[in-house]
Design a protein around this ligand. Structure first.
Ligand code: NAP
Length: 242
């Protein structure tokens, strides 16, 4: 069995990615922070699709909680390792810089950037030993072009791109690929309060993306076919200029 860990898989993009990777034949480890009910729904969807899955809650911003959760996973699967990691968990705390609170800045950076660091560092050792791995980081259009009201989010997502490019070069010889995905506007809880009717006018395709479309790209990057793609940032945004 090949194992894939998807952080923030209780809802939105993470749920769609978990479901798709399960359909691709991976046993999926469904991480979430607090929304157990939604995570159980993801697991149910995985199982209904004939896939294998399990829940592994932890806060991606908490290095000790990650250690504990991954150690308990390893004890339950002593012969196995996680070969696909999708660093997807993320939050928005939008505010204009002049009004931004330290907590708004720190929470976003801790979740997106420090979360990436803690989990990836922990799983990298096994990937290196097995000379096989796929790391896929959910960045954002906001990390490429910057969006007003999102200095915290844009900074964290841009930093994730820098880390993706650096790590890709560190581990390429070990047959581990590291790529980032930069979605534009995708219909999830994160975007439900945005003015979709107005924003759609800016998108050449005239619509928000679907989580399944991002899942499809993630599935490809996780596959054997994507073995020669690394250190890249792939936009999926309906033609928005970045
Ligand atoms: P979402 O619907 O708000 O879902 C967020 C997910 O992340 C939930 O599963 C949530 O778990 C989890 N999460 C949040 N903080 C966490 C933490 N500290 N530890 C563990 N899990 C945590 O968001 P989404 O739209 O699917 O976004 C997924 C990723 O894509 C994010 O990184 C986001 O920045 C990025 N992105 C989204 C869009 C978009 O248009 N939607 C565009 C560009 C990039 P709980 O359910 O337990 O809260």
């Amino acid at each position: 069995m090949k194992y894939a860990l998807v952080t923030g898989a209780s809802r939105g993009l993470g749920r769609a990615v978990a479901l798709r990777l399960a359909k691709d034949g991976f046993a999926v480890i469904i991480n979430y922070q607090s929304n157990k009910e939604a995570a159980e729904e993801t697991l149910k969807l995985v199982q209904e699709a004939g896939g294998n899955g399990e829940l592994l809650p932890f806060d991606v911003a908490d290095s000790k909680a990650i250690e504990t959760a991954l150690e308990s996973w390893q004890s339950a699967h002593p012969e196995e390792y996680i070969s696909v990691l999708v660093n997807n968990a993320g939050i928005r705390k939008d505010n204009l810089m002049i009004f931004m609170q330290e907590t708004e800045w720190n929470n976003v950076v801790d979740t997106t950037l420090n979360g990436f660091f803690y989990i990836t560092r922990r799983l990298l050792k096994d990937m290196i030993t097995h000379r096989n791995g796929r790391i896929i980081n959910m960045s954002s259009l906001s990390g490429l072009k910057g969006l007003p009201g999102q200095t915290n989010y844009s900074a964290a997502k841009a930093a994730l791109i820098g880390a993706t490019k650096a790590l890709a070069q560190e581990v390429a010889a070990r047959k581990i690929t590291v790529n980032a995905i930069a979605p534009g506007f995708i219909s999830t809880d994160m975007t439900k309060e945005l003015n979709e009717a107005e924003l759609k006018k800016l998108i050449p395709m005239g619509r928000f993306g679907k989580p399944e479309e991002v899942a499809s790209l993630t599935s490809f990057l996780a596959s054997d076919e994507a073995a020669y793609i690394t250190g890249q940032v792939i936009s999926i945004n309906g033609g928005l200029y970045t």
